[in-house]
Design a protein around this ligand. Structure first.
Ligand SMILES: Nc1ncnc2c1ncn2[C@@H]1O[C@H](COP(=O)(O)OP(=O)(O)OP(=O)(O)O)[C@@H](O)[C@H]1O
Length: 247
């Protein structure tokens, strides 16, 4: 079998006295579409930051393509939480997507023709090929999310990691974003953090339920009551046909 894309072995993390992650084990293989779910404050963003090499666990080992996360940085596309992105920055769509080339292109002399070509291609892949000149301030929430995905694609990653990609957009647009991710998953490994397990089970192949510890399930084996138990509370919304709302 191919080398795993991501492996975490007995990973524990604490912010000073506050223990967040406890003995996390996870192996993600190429071409997986993995959902990470869990209640507010359960450590989802912390786990992503560890995979990205932005935080170092006090215990355990993290490997991305067999090397420490910082060494694999250019093979990983990251889409941060929408809400943390300053959309009032005076910049247009094409320039935003080009930022994904930083680290891949030369350090001086500006972007090359090749960078522009790759950025345009990334925009086309998210179906915004004709919006390159549009200022970020003039985009809808769903369009901005696609631009952020295009920026991550512009580094030509092998794995795409998204933190709550549809938290602030309406359900119809949410479906479009996940259809796009499903398409990208034909050539990329995709990891997505979400609150909405009922919705994402339609798309993902496996779900990792986080609440200090991590338990993985194939989506085919999940039931509504299992989810409620794992979640420790009622679900926000369930659009999925086979999972009943459990208020
Ligand atoms: N820099 C920090 N210093 C101290 N505590 C932190 C820090 N960042 C996060 N925490 C705490 O660690 C816990 C996990 O936070 P994290 O953001 O990883 O959770 P999350 O599952 O992503 O939450 P949400 O679903 O609300 O985005 C929370 O209790 C949070 O308050």
């Amino acid at each position: 079998m191919n080398e795993p894309v991501i492996t975490l072995e007995d990973v524990s993390f604490r912010y000073e006295e506050h223990a967040v992650l406890l003995d996390i084990n996870l192996t993600v293989h190429a071409q997986e579409f993995l959902g990470i779910v869990g209640p507010n404050g359960s450590g989802k963003s912390t786990l992503l930051k560890i995979m990205l090499g932005l935080l170092t666990p006090q215990k355990g080992q993290v490997r991305i393509f067999g090397v420490p996360p910082v060494e694999a940085r250019l093979r990983v596309g990251y889409v941060p939480q929408f809400i943390t992105f300053d959309r009032n920055f005076p910049i247009n769509v094409q320039e935003t997507v080009l930022q994904g080339r930083l680290g891949k292109t030369r350090l001086v002399g500006g972007y090359r023709r090749e960078d522009h070509r790759i950025a345009r291609q990334a925009l086309e892949e998210v179906e915004l090929g004709d919006l390159g000149k549009r200022p970020l301030t003039a985009l809808s929430g769903g369009q901005l999310q696609r631009v952020l995905i295009a920026r991550a694609l512009a580094c030509q990653p092998e794995v795409l990691i998204l933190d709550e990609p549809t938290a602030h957009i309406d359900p119809k647009i949410e479906e479009g974003v996940f259809d796009l991710l499903k398409r990208l998953n034909q050539r990329l490994t995709v990891l997505v953090v979400s609150h909405d397990i009922g919705f994402i089970t339609r798309y993902i192949t496996r779900v990792a339920c986080l609440n200090r510890t991590l338990v993985c399930h194939a989506t085919s084996e999940l039931t509504g009551s299992m989810i409620e138990q794992l979640y420790g509370g009622p679900l926000r919304a369930v659009h999925h046909d086979t999972l009943l709302h459990t208020h």
